[in-house]
Design a protein around this ligand. Sequence first.
Ligand code: SF4
Ligand code: SF4
Length: 360
Amino acid sequence: MASTVLFASVEYEKYDASATLPAKFDRLLDQMGLEDVVKDKITAIKMHVGRNIGYTTVHPMFVKILVDKLKKFGARVYITDQEIRGARSRGYTEEYLGVPIVHACGVTGKYYYEKYVDFKTFKNVDVAGHIHDAEVMIDFSHVKGHGACGYGGACKNIAMGCVTDRTRAQIHGLEGGIEWNEELCTHCELCISNCNHNANRFNDENKYELNFHHCTFCQHCVKVCPSGALTMDANRYEDFQTGMAICTEEVLKTFEPGHVFYINFLTNITALCDCWGFSTPPLVPDIGIMASKDIVAIERASIDAIKVENLNPAGVVKGKVLGTTGHLFERLHGKNPFVQLRELEKRGLGTQEYEIVEVK
Ligand code: SF4
Ligand code: SF4
């Protein structure tokens, strides 16, 4: 059965505040079923507060609308992220928002609950204490591209943002993709000069190093290598997304069924994650806001709404050669963004079948 995804579009029908996105967001929140769940509950808003001089995270006005709505419904609210030092510079302040903004792992960064998984080298899911202690979570995500998994939305906000550095490192440790055989290599460096993405180099010890984030798996390096020293192991870049799904499952297990809500902001959809600490032009025009109780459905609906035919070339870094097949994010980053959905769905966390209900 299809899951419902509420949708507030950026399109507007008249020159009137009530027809614009903040007003629609307020009405969308009324339709999410929050009121029945959050009363008297400790409710964490998990968002990405951004870094450095990035200016394209979710505008504080929308955060305030959400906070005020939750408080009106009787929730005990706080905002949390795995790094909050940059919050003030984007206007996320306790004075304006009227709720605490706390580090997900506490002031020491060491407050977490350890869970165990067994996927290759990924063993420890350290669920951040202030996520684990919450009774309700609003997974409040800014949708954008992501160099390590193609797309960053609700799943990324949990898997990378509700855990410790150790867990993030273990998930990143699943990356890889290009194997280098030192014995076959003649150090001709053709693989370096033929990489359009600055994704490979020889380090100080003359060992081949791959930057997984930048690598699009175009295989130019593999194809130009005259000695067969490079081979591609495609499964490993899928492993990163599998790791994210496993991590998300463990975090979600700490909540009672129906106590996590997902809100995806499809505005300022940039090429890279907000953790880079800078902003670039959007890849496509703004789309709107989606909300659901189903993480898989909202992720699928969000990815589907970002279409290659709407590409704004200014959003792509100069000189970047896009791939010719697959989703826009796959053409940009070389990683199929649907893998994470497949893995979430496999774990029973939702369905890719969705029905859009537009909020006017
Ligand atoms: S696969 Fe493509 S992007 Fe990755 S290192 Fe090789 S040439 Fe560079
Ligand atoms: S192209 Fe092949 S042989 Fe030449 S440096 Fe790269 S890996 Fe080594």
